[in-house]
Design a protein around this ligand. Structure first.
Ligand SMILES: Nc1ncnc2c1ncn2[C@@H]1O[C@H](COP(=O)(O)OP(=O)(O)OP(=O)(O)O)[C@@H](O)[C@H]1O
Ligand SMILES: [Mg+2]
Length: 508
């Protein structure tokens, strides 16, 4: 039954957690020399499935066959022995040792009982060369950018001679250029016979890289199609219905400026930033990763200091570097780094949703618990947070559902001005539209939204005006009518070498 090209076969795998069946009767197979895409909504079971393959979870039922033989994968070592390498979104690298040591962790070449550093570094250099990344084997992992970390993970996979490479949303945090590089490497490995399991929420990447697609819905493998299947068809399979309109922006009449920033400057980071966001407006902040958008957002919110300039919210000047003052004035920020800054992982969905409204240091004398619960339920429902209940710990939610909770928490806080930094990163196609609808509701009721996004179609589809940043400066402003991909991109790469305020920085 199994062909010589079959690397991996999963039959009838089930995995339940308390309150949720994450995988139910899942079938999947992977051949030599193919990229097999796992597609599904947030919480469909994609990460759980690859954790079964990497030894992080044991299935309750079902069979896993590697190269035709049934196997039990107990831990990461078992997976490595079977030639299965997994690149998680949270990397497994050790920050304070060198790249070479990370690649050979636990199996460093030895000479007279000691680690043979010369040989290890030479071998690491060969592997890094094979993935085409310009990183020294002696560099410390801590200083690397996300794309480089990913390349080191891939080099590590190569060193294990992994015939099976699994990547969980590798492109979510990469720039367009970095994605191209990753794809080039993936194609080369595929041509060398490696089988690749690839997870993404960016539908356009499926036809670009994939060969076959397995669609997971509610923990079941419901279909297998060619990667060339049209996107709307893929969405229909994944969500179980059509999504009529991708960017449902309704543009209300803009009112008074609610957020005004003048001359905001932080030496070496950003320079002379002016921006206004009016009631009812969505202003997009576009630019390449590293252009300084997140830094500006954090400074405006008071999470980072600035050197000069002013920030006003509803006509009130904010003191610099004071998040509580910013929140008190009606400003909210959904941060880019949501795991680190947006969530308390060991608290429940309800508690996380209540974080801004109540605050851990709330001075409110009593808390309307029933009301809090009701509004938490409502917003979780609107965003379609997939959970066993409002008491589930956020740590055990799927990646995309964690994102929805951070966004929901700020929506509940009813901030007059909301800064959204990459709001739909890691969010599936259906939930994206729900987030856009909520943005519409906010602006229709007079709120102002500043939206940072690297997803150009999203910026174009949702913004009423777009400011473009390059190298720490605003290089231009476009109205919704003027804005095209090309217009934004040419401003995003507009640089004046004499005026570079940001040098060699990596946006991560
Ligand atoms: N350790 C756990 N304990 C309880 N429930 C869990 C655990 N891990 C995952 N789940 C649940 O299993 C389901 C599937 O989650 P999984 O992370 O596999 O989704 P996913 O398809 O990777 O989604 P995303 O696109 O958001 O990353 C979710 O409902 C999630 O809450
Ligand atoms: Mg996942």
């Amino acid at each position: 039954m199994s062909s010589p090209d079959e690397l991996l076969r999963i039959e009838g795998v089930r995995k339940a957690f308390p309150g949720v069946v994450a995988l139910d009767e899942v079938d999947f197979d992977l051949r030599r020399g193919e990229v097999h895409v796992l597609l599904g909504e947030n919480g469909a079971g994609k990460s759980t499935l690859i954790k079964v393959l990497s030894g992080a979870h044991r299935p309750d039922r079902g069979r896993v066959l590697v190269r035709g033989e049934e196997v039990v994968i107990r831990d990461a070592q078992d997976a490595a022995r079977l030639g299965i390498a997994t690149i998680y979104q949270e990397f497994n690298l050790v920050p304070d040792v060198t790249v070479a040591e990370n690649i050979f962790l636990g199996r460093q070449p030895r000479r007279f009982g000691l680690i043979d550093h010369r040989r290890m570094e030479a071998e690491a250099a060969l592997l890094l060369d094979r993935v085409g990344v310009d990183v020294s084997p002696r560099a410390k992992v801590r200083g690397l950018g996300i794309a480089q970390l990913q390349m080191v993970e891939i080099a590590k996979a190569l060193s294990l001679d992994a015939g099976i490479l699994i990547m969980d949303e590798p492109t979510a945090v990469l720039t367009t250029e970095e994605v191209e590089r990753l794809f080039a490497i993936a194609r080369r490995l595929r041509d060398e016979g490696v089988g690749i399991v690839f997870i993404t929420h960016h539908l356009e990447e499926i036809a670009a890289l994939g060969d076959r697609v397995t669609v997971l819905r509610d923990g079941r493998s419901i279909d297998r199609v060619a990667a060339s299947t049209p996107q709307d068809e893929l969405v229909r399979l994944m969500v179980g219905r059509d999504i009529e309109e991708q960017y449902p922006r309704e543009r209300p009449e803009a009112g008074e400026p609610l957020l005004s920033v003048r001359g905001l400057t932080r030496a070496g980071r950003f320079h002379d930033i002016d921006l206004d966001v009016r009631a009812g407006e969505v202003v997009g902040l576009a630019g390449l990763v590293g252009a300084g958008r997140t830094e500006v957002a954090r400074a405006v919110f008071g999470a980072d200091p600035y050197d000069s300039g002013t920030v006003e919210v509803l006509g009130r000047r904010l003191p610099g570097g004071d998040v509580n003052a910013a929140m008190g004035a009606g400003l909210g920020l959904v941060p880019e780094d949501r795991k680190g800054q947006g969530l308390v992982l060991d608290a429940s969905v309800e508690e996380n949703l209540g974080l801004v409204t109540l605050g851990p240091t709330s001075r409110v004398g009593f808390v309307d618990l029933a009301g809090q619960r009701a509004s938490a339920r409502r917003i979780a429902g609107e965003l379609g947070v997939r959970m066993s209940g409002i008491d589930q710990h956020v740590r055990t939610l799927s990646g995309g559902n964690q994102q929805k909770v951070v966004i929901g928490k700020w929506l509940l806080a009813d901030s007059k001005v909301l800064i959204l930094d990459e709001p739909t990163r890691g969010v599936d196609a259906g939930a994206k539209v729900e987030i856009y609808r909520l943005v519409n509701e906010l602006t229709a009721s007079g709120h102002a939204v500043l939206m940072i996004s690297s997803d150009l179609p999203e910026v174009l589809g949702m913004s009423d005006r777009i400011l473009v940043m390059a190298q720490g400066r605003v290089t231009g402003e476009l109205s919704a009518e003027e804005a095209t991909q090309d217009a934004v991109m040419s401003l995003a790469v507009a640089t004046d070498p004499e005026e570079n305020v940001v040098e060699g920085r990596n946006g991560h």
